[in-house]
Design a protein around this ligand. Structure first.
Ligand SMILES: Nc1ncnc2c1ncn2[C@@H]1O[C@H](COP(=O)(O)OP(=O)(O)OP(=O)(O)O)[C@@H](O)[C@H]1O
Ligand SMILES: [Mg+2]
Length: 594
């Protein structure tokens, strides 16, 4: 099932047996519930009239126990089914959402906030689980109770039934009003709680900044304010809740009192058909129906909440990736790259402006230019993180929009400017570039020797092998929150190695040598060049030392290409590159003098 085809109905339909089972148990439970008070009435009247005998009492008590046991079994069975149903549906829903989120691309994530997406995956799914589990079947139970209950009660005695019929909807109404108002305040306090936890989380994530700048007091103060507001909102919630529940209790007492009084007067008057047994029977009915009827007020709110959440989830499921898959399957894309009249716009901003560039197969091309000139954007067009607003990008003879995205991304690998590492082992982080069927290089149960060999090879080329092996567990070292943190330069080399593992035909290094000292840089370049010669490479950098060995260098300024040529060509021309060269020479000389 595709995410966009999912409906609440379809989610339920797969579990129709459980739902039918639950419904049958509910009907049975309700019928037993209304049958038992008949026994009560019978036994009380028999005792009063003196017709009861010991065997009769034993029979009634036996029947009562049997009925109550059956009712309990029905209730237990129903709860089990309900809870299972809720879990099954929410598990499936979470998975569908995750799959859909993986399908969506950059454009979507630029618009949406991570916190909000997380809320949809957690508390909105929870609200739907509640609606399904509690909401649907409880509502069904309330309706059944109402229908069966009033049919039975009116057939016994219209006057007492009317007393119940007047009071019960009142109780439902009160509960509904309480829940309605509490929910609004509950939402406000949940919102505040979100703020509170985001603040704490950000504070701990940025603890180095907090400590480094000595701003603990300011942060403590800010947290205190958020925390106080959270308390105020909770108090506001309880101000409604606390005085309201006693009203419900009072209505219940009034109901019982009225039944006794109205029924009692008629017993005193000796009205035929009205007995002490009937009064007690009605008192039992009143108890029996009051809970499902009050629950109706509560479940109606669950349904409303669930529906709102479902709309929020639908918003995710309906989103379409901006990058549509091409369907022209190709054996192997060529290595020639061409940008033909490529422009990229973000609203008013023209980030790339009429770019024309050809990179023949097997060439190493360097790309430089002032910060913000569009280098990363140009590189990201090659893996279709964005599609050009105008113009075309070709790899080999194919417009890259025509080939399947997966094939393109296997063919072109990019080492990102801001390398991201997952909280898994270092080896697996590097191995993300490998085909999945190869397995994990560092899986403790089933390590893949082939994967390990390729990871080591890539790490060697990126000049990272030695350091990686020096970590406490070598490539098995866990990274991230519960493990080792890599330095900036180490991250960059891990990211280069990751891009290399897949053995791509086109390799893009987006400023991934910037945090590396010049000596290590030289080693990496020496090892990389023979590797790059066998493919097509685009190297983005601000450093002459990383640029000069390229076959030719492209200079970009403000989204346009302004110069193209070899190092020698460009230093002999007026322009950005020559200035960069002079500045970096001066800096090097100054360093030498110091
Ligand atoms: N998704 C986006 N939406 C709007 N503007 C963007 C987006 N991505 C990039 N830009 C803008 O496009 C311009 C080029 O960005 P880009 O990241 O390509 O610069 P760069 O040349 O790689 O710079 P640096 O050398 O600092 O890495 C910048 O002005 C940036 O703010
Ligand atoms: Mg960049």
């Amino acid at each position: 099932m595709q995410p966009r085809d999912v409906t609440l109905f379809a989610l339920h339909l797969r579990h129709w047996k459980a739902i039918l089972g639950g419904a049958i148990l509910i009907v049975l439970g309700v019928l037993i519930g209304f049958a038992l008070p008949f026994l009560t009435k019978d036994v009380i009247d028999a005792l009063e009239q003196g017709t009861a005998t010991k065997p009769y009492l034993l029979k009634v008590c036996g029947l009562y126990l049997l009925g109550a046991t059956m009712a309990a079994l029905c209730a237990r069975g129903m709860r089990r089914l309900l809870i299972m149903l809720g879990y099954k549906i929410s598990t499936r829903l979470r998975r569908l959402i995750f799959v859909q989120l993986s399908r969506l691309d950059r454009t979507f994530y630029l618009k949406e906030q991570t916190g909000d997406i997380m809320t949809r995956m957690t508390s909105d799914v929870r609200a739907i689980t509640d609606m399904i589990g509690m909401g649907v079947l409880h509502t069904f139970r309330s309706v059944m109770t109402f229908v069966v209950g009033f049919t039975v009660m009116f057939s016994i005695d219209a006057q007492l039934a009317t007393v119940v019929a007047v009071l019960l909807p009142l109780m439902t109404g009160v509960v509904f009003v309480i829940v309605f108002f509490v929910r609004k305040r509950y939402a406000a306090s949940q919102e505040q709680f979100s703020l509170l936890s985001s603040f704490a989380q950000e504070n701990f994530a940025g603890i180095r900044l907090v400590k480094g700048f000595g701003i603990e007091d300011r942060q403590n103060e800010a947290f205190g304010e958020l925390n106080d507001e959270y308390m105020r909102r909770n108090l506001a919630q309880s101000r409604i809740e606390c005085p309201s529940w006693p009203v419900v209790g009072a209505l219940l007492t009034i109901g019982l009192v009225l039944i006794v009084y109205v029924g009692g007067l008629r017993v005193i008057a000796g009205e035929p058909g009205m007995t002490v047994g009937t009064i007690v029977q009605f008192m039992q009915y009143f108890f029996f129906v009051q809970w499902p009827m009050m629950a109706l007020g509560w479940t109606m709110n669950l349904m409303v909440k669930g529906n709102i959440s479902w709309k929020r989830i639908r918003h995710l499921l309906d989103a379409e990736p901006a990058i549509q898959d091409g369907n022209h399957a190709v054996e192997r894309l060529g290595g020639d790259i061409e940008f033909r009249h490529v422009s990229l716009k973000f609203g008013e901003l023209i980030a790339l402006d009429d770019i024309n560039l050809r990179i023949p197969e097997g060439k190493i091309v360097a790309l430089t230019g002032p910060t913000g000139c569009g280098k990363t954007l140009l590189a990201s067009l090659l893996v279709r993180q964005y599609d050009p607003s105008e113009g075309q990008v070709f790899i080999g003879v194919e417009d890259i929009r025509d080939v399947p995205v997966q094939a393109l991304r296997d063919h072109v690998r990019i080492a990102l400017q801001e390398p991201f590492l997952f909280s898994v082992s270092l080896g697996d982080n590097i191995g993300y570039g490998l085909p999945a069927e190869l397995g994990s290089a560092t899986d403790p149960d089933n390590p893949s020797a082939d994967a390990m060999q390729r990871v080591l090879h890539a790490a060697h080329t990126a000049s990272f092998q030695q350091e990686a092996e020096d970590f406490p567990d070598g490539l098995r070292t866990e990274l991230g929150e519960r493990g080792v943190t890599l330095s900036g330069g180490q991250r960059q080399r891990a990211s280069i190695a990751r891009a290399l593992t897949g053995n791509p035909n086109v390799l893009v290094l987006d400023d991934t040598l910037s945090a590396i000292d010049t000596q290590t840089e030289a080693t990496i370049i020496k090892r990389l060049v023979p590797v790059l010669r066998q493919r097509t490479a685009l190297i983005v950098s601000h450093r002459i030392s990383s640029l000069r060995f390229a076959d030719f260098i492209v200079v970009m300024e403000r989204g346009r290409i302004t110069q193209i040529g070899s190092h020698e060509d460009l230093v002999s021309q007026e322009g950005y590159y020559r200035e960069l060269d002079i500045m970096q020479r001066l800096a090097a000389q100054l360093e030498e003098h110091e």
